[in-house]
Design a protein around this ligand. Sequence first.
Ligand code: AGV
Ligand code: CA
Length: 309
Amino acid sequence: MPNLLLMDHDGAIDDLLSQLLVLTMPDVTLIGVTVTPADCYIEPALESTYKLLQLMDRTDIAIGRGDYYGINAFPNEWRARPEIINALPLLINLPPSPDPYAYPSAPDLIIDKLSGAADAVTILMTGPCSNLVLALEKAPELKSKVAEIVWMAGAFRTPGNVQTFQHDGTAEWNVFWDPISSQKLLSWELPLTLIPLDVTNHVPVTKSFLSRLATQIDHRLSNLTGQLWALTIDTIPSYHYTYFMWDILATSYLALPGQFTTEVVRANVSTRPPNAGQTYLDESGYRLTIATGVNTTVFYEYLLAQFKR
Ligand code: AGV
Ligand code: CA
């Protein structure tokens, strides 16, 4: 279990669920949250981020605003989804959030928090990695303050989830948004663990899980998370996609590393069509760890226990 933690997310529903989950972990000290304007529009996403801190009585935690926009934008329909979150009954009447443009920029906050930390810091990323890469390019000496990076990203021995023009479908979206930064991050060979589609494909958001969560809605966090997950049931386009516990699984890795199987591999990232953003195994590539499996029963039980408050 890491002690000091920085989290960077990109405002989608499972990113915000992941922020809540981190705030339930007793041994994790969250020292900052930065938001990437990828699977969200930045203003409502910063508002959601702040509201969740308010709900958990943790407005002491600093927020940073991502101002860098990646190379391959997320579909607008996905980016607009999270707006509804700020209108949920448990969140709408919280005191007003700060001006989103009053926050420090995300790379500056990361630099500030890493340099001020007494110990090495674990970094959890549930969106693209651009904010971290910008920070470490500006202050390369801070690489030594990084204990471990856990990143929901990539697809190795399974198809990707990008379906768009000029693309063969091999990439995962968080890598595709900014393939150049993704390749840079891998090239640094920091202690990096990816939670790729290979393992997140095992944990869909199921009706049976939501039904069990609903039996505990007298607990405020079960109520809120049940509402958030219900918003994912009509995933766009709903005839095609299932919503998975992508980011939640990566977040759970912090608390349940022993429940995962992992593999040390060498890999690289393509930066050009037709497979920009593809993460592929490559003997002459960079060294990193990938998760390949998880005990799904323990994982779902863990979520039910953590949100029972
Ligand atoms: O590729 C998974 C990443 C995760 O960080 N995101 C969603 C999670 O937050 C992109 C994504 C893939 N399919 C999606 C996504 C969908 N159908 N709706 C919204 N986002
Ligand atoms: Ca995400």
